[in-house]
Write a protein that binds this ligand. Structure first.
Ligand SMILES: CC(C)=CCC/C(C)=C/CC/C(C)=C/CC/C(C)=C/[C@@H]1[C@@H](COP(=O)(O)OP(=O)(O)O)[C@]1(C)CC/C=C(\C)CC/C=C(\C)CCC=C(C)C
Length: 403
């Protein structure tokens, strides 16, 4: 019931329809010269700014000119709708869905077991957390983890220098095949089984491959909009893939969409943290994953990044970047409590541990050029019971419908 006057100008950089979200609520009605626009949302979460978007009644579908945030938000809506549809048509629990076909079941169990091994080897803490989940859920998360790791390895692994856009196209057609029930190998078979059991949409998977394509052709990001899209592709997608498996608590009153937004925020926060930790390492590969316009505003250039000197300009720049990453972590926190009880611990653990990397960057006097910030074993050990304690808190029954 509060009225706010907001001036919206339609520029080439912000073509209509323009839809911007507000993770801290809210749909609103927007009247432009007395004409009611079908939908509008306001976003002030990401960078402390208020962006207003409008969507005209006739154009609710994704337009080629859409802003990065709108593009990502459409995927969030699509995935949330898929989950809601599945919830309203499914009466069986996911535990009952295994329909053993003799012979294939043994192979499938072997496939999941291999995924478990990979996960246990590459992501120990996270693997321990998955052990708290129901058997079906943990198997599904391992399968998703393995697919993500393999996708990342294509551009970051030992054979990365041989990877071409064509190889990524082939990886994408394999993905389409496995979603159609035609897996190419054992590890794909596990994911194929998972996507048949849980309401997981293919789009976040395709988008992760798109992120890898971007990595092949792009090594600079003009502004935060461009960087945000990259972070969505390579990490926000992980959040969107995981929530349908981890599940939302039955007693949660939050909208599905708001939980997906929180999941997206955790992916973005993790990736931004990753970038701030690895500035030196990336620079040595000729890459600068920092918004160029913000670097320039801080009086910095690529040359300063390659020179790797910690100056006051650099410290100030990093302070702002860290602040933004923390805002995404704060957004994510609002969603963790809404997850099903057994899924909350690994997510809290991952959130608390990753966020601590930002504290470590500060403790290193912002030197991400020569030092790699990491969380010490002692701090990890303290964070795990804290994560467990937090995971005991579920959705408040009196919370409002929208987060
Ligand atoms: C519980 C949990 C964390 C589940 C996620 C499991 C999963 C499927 C992980 C896949 C991770 C992966 C291999 C991604 C490939 C792309 C990539 C490498 C992304 C970067 C991760 C860090 O990896 P890296 O190994 O390079 O890092 P270190 O060098 O070891 O530090 C990323 C930075 C992003 C990973 C993104 C997430 C883990 C997003 C998690 C979000 C959720 C699980 C949603 C939670 C739900 C709510 C409501 C908040």
């Amino acid at each position: 019931d509060t009225t706010k006057s907001i001036f919206v100008s339609n520029t080439a950089a912000a073509p209509l329809p323009l839809l911007i979200r507000n993770s801290s609520s809210s749909n609103c009605r927007l009247l432009i010269k007395g004409k009611r626009i079908s939908r509008c949302t306001i976003n002030n979460a990401a960078a402390g700014e208020v962006l207003v978007g409008i969507e005209s009644p006739s154009s609710s579908s994704l337009q080629p000119t859409s802003s990065p945030e709108q593009k990502v938000y459409n995927v969030v809506l699509k995935q949330a709708a898929l989950v809601q549809k599945k919830q309203s048509t499914t009466t069986t629990s996911t535990e009952d869905l295994d329909m053993p076909i003799p012979g294939t079941l043994t192979l499938l169990n072997e496939a999941y077991d291999r995924c478990r091994e990979v996960c246990a080897e590459y992501a120990k803490t996270f693997y321990l957390g998955t052990l708290l989940m129901t058997q079906e859920r943990r198997k599904a998360i391992w399968a998703i983890y393995v697919w993500c790791r393999r996708t990342d390895e294509l551009v970051d692994g030992p054979n990365a220098s041989h990877i071409t856009p064509m190889a990524l196209d082939r990886w994408e057609s394999r993905l389409e095949d496995l979603f159609q029930g035609r897996p190419y190998d054992m590890l794909d078979a596990a994911l194929s089984d998972t996507v048949g059991k849980f309401p997981v949409d293919i789009q976040p998977f395709k988008d992760m491959i798109e992120g890898m394509r971007l990595d092949l052709k792009k090594s600079r990001y003009k502004n935060f909009d461009e960087l945000y899209l990259y972070c969505y592709y390579v990490a926000g997608t992980v959040g969107l893939m995981s929530v349908p498996v981890m599940g939302i608590a039955p007693e949660s009153q939050a909208t599905t969409e708001s939980v997906y937004n929180a999941a997206l925020s955790l992916g973005i926060a993790n990736q931004l943290t990753n970038i701030l930790r690895d500035v030196g390492e990336d620079a040595r590969r000729g890459r600068v994953y920092l918004p160029q316009d913000e670097l320039a505003q801080a009086g910095l250039s690529d040359e300063d990044i390659f020179a790797g000197k910690v100056t006051d300009k650099w410290r100030n720049f990093m302070k702002n970047q860290i602040k933004r990453a923390r805002m995404f972590f704060d957004e994510a926190e609002k969603g963790v409590t809404q997850l099903s009880s057994a899924s909350r611990w690994p997510v809290w653990a991952s959130l608390l541990l990753y966020r601590q990397i930002l504290d470590e960057i500060e403790a290193n006097d912002y030197d991400s050029f020569t030092k790699r910030a990491y969380v010490s074993k002692a701090n990890k050990i303290t964070a795990l019971p804290l994560a467990y304690a937090r995971s005991l808190i579920g959705p408040s029954k009196i919370s409002s419908k929208v987060l």
